[in-house]
Ligand binder design. Structure first.
Ligand code: TXA
Ligand code: MG
Length: 327
């Protein structure tokens, strides 16, 4: 095998986007910004290109990928939208929502990207660089988060390079992402829509559009993961993570929220506050960067202050719970 080429860093302007689209057309991997996290892009119609995603991320092949599209019309060619899916797409696209729907006969999203499932995960992102890239590329773009499997998702180009430098052709630099946590994943496969992963669109916002609460995945069978990729341990920094901490053990790093002052704070190995004002949107945007920064302190454990369960707090707590799960 040939030695790894260094990963090119492309600016998110016309020229960078044209170069990125060319690389994607030739089957290469290009990381790209979305408003949630950076995605690891490959041509979703090309099994050879999609194979490179699984290899670069060291991702198990049973875990299907999201296909990114420029608009709802393009999405309808890949998946069948029932009335719930139509309503959610109209309300939240472009934006941080992924819809899992039955794949159409004519779907171009290859079997490998769908992990052999009869459904397909579709998303129309809102980030201007992602939208321009999708227009320029003109095909469905497979895009899992651009981190190594099981690690913290990337919210800037530096995070992508920290995990994947030399493993991918290029990263399109669009600065720091606005939302900071991944899209909300909702399955519309008949009957009441199911919330598979909390994310940038809150449960309350979904319910307002649906006229009813979405079912929570795992409600029926809590032992089985809701989605093939929704394994308990995920988003893991090197350090252990301890939730709802109101006192620190010696040597721990502190991840605070809302100006919390846990006992023993003066002795902390490192301290960051996700949002001194207690703003959950700000906390979500800072979460993954904060986990990476506290990890760099080499503290064996990150103690996290209590975070509300409401609004974006549900998604923030979901990510922290996975980070805290036994490995
Ligand atoms: O914000 C995001 O969603 C980012 C950006 C790049 O778009 N992408 C992302 O992709 O988070 P990924 O692969 O890290 O997470 C996609 C999730 C996985 O948990 C996967 O198992 C689930 O969506 N998924 C994909 N296709 C599915 C399907 N057909 N049925 C059930 N779950 C599916
Ligand atoms: Mg991911």
């Amino acid at each position: 095998s040939t030695p790894p080429e260094p990963t090119a860093r492309l600016s998110g302007d016309q020229e960078g986007i044209a170069e990125a689209a060319g690389l994607l057309r030739s089957g290469q991997l290009v990381a790209f910004p979305t408003e949630t996290v950076y995605g690891l892009g490959a041509d979703a119609t090309d099994p050879a290109a999609v194979t490179r995603i699984f290899a670069a991320k060291e991702r198990p092949r049973f875990n299907p990928l999201i296909a990114h599209l420029p608009d709802l019309a393009a999405a309808r060619r890949q998946g069948r939208f029932d009335a719930f899916a139509e309503a959610l797409a109209s309300a939240f696209w472009p934006g941080p929502l992924t819809l899992v729907v039955p794949a159409t006969e004519a779907t171009e999203v290859c079997d490998l990207a769908r992990a052999g499932l009869p459904s397909v995960a579709l998303r129309v992102p809102g980030h201007p660089v992602a939208r321009d890239l999708l227009q320029a590329f003109g095909r469905p773009l497979a895009g899992p988060s651009a981190n190594r499997s099981g690690r913290v998702s990337p919210t800037c180009a530096e995070h992508v390079l920290a995990d994947l430098d030399g493993r991918i052709a290029a990263v399109l630099d669009g600065g720091s992402t606005r939302v900071g946590i991944e899209s909300t994943v909702v399955a519309c496969l008949g009957g009441t829509p199911r919330l598979l992963r909390p994310g940038g669109i809150t449960r309350a916002a979904l319910a307002a559009v649906l006229g009813q609460e979405p079912e929570t995945a795992g409600d029926a069978d809590a032992a089985r993961p809701a989605g093939p990729g929704l394994l308990a341990s995920h988003y893991a920094p090197r350090a252990r993570v301890r939730l709802d901490a109101t006192a620190l053990e010696p040597g721990e790093a502190a991840l605070l929220f809302g100006g919390a002052r846990p006992e023993g704070l003066a002795e902390a190995a490192a301290v960051l506050d996700l949002s001194p004002d207690g703003d959950l949107g700000e906390a979500a945007a800072r979460l993954f960067g904060a986990l990476r920064d506290l990890d760099a302190s080499k503290a064996p454990c990150i103690a996290v202050s209590p975070i509300p369960k409401t609004g974006l707090g549900e998604a923030i707590r979901d990510r922290l719970n996975r980070a805290a799960a036994p490995r």
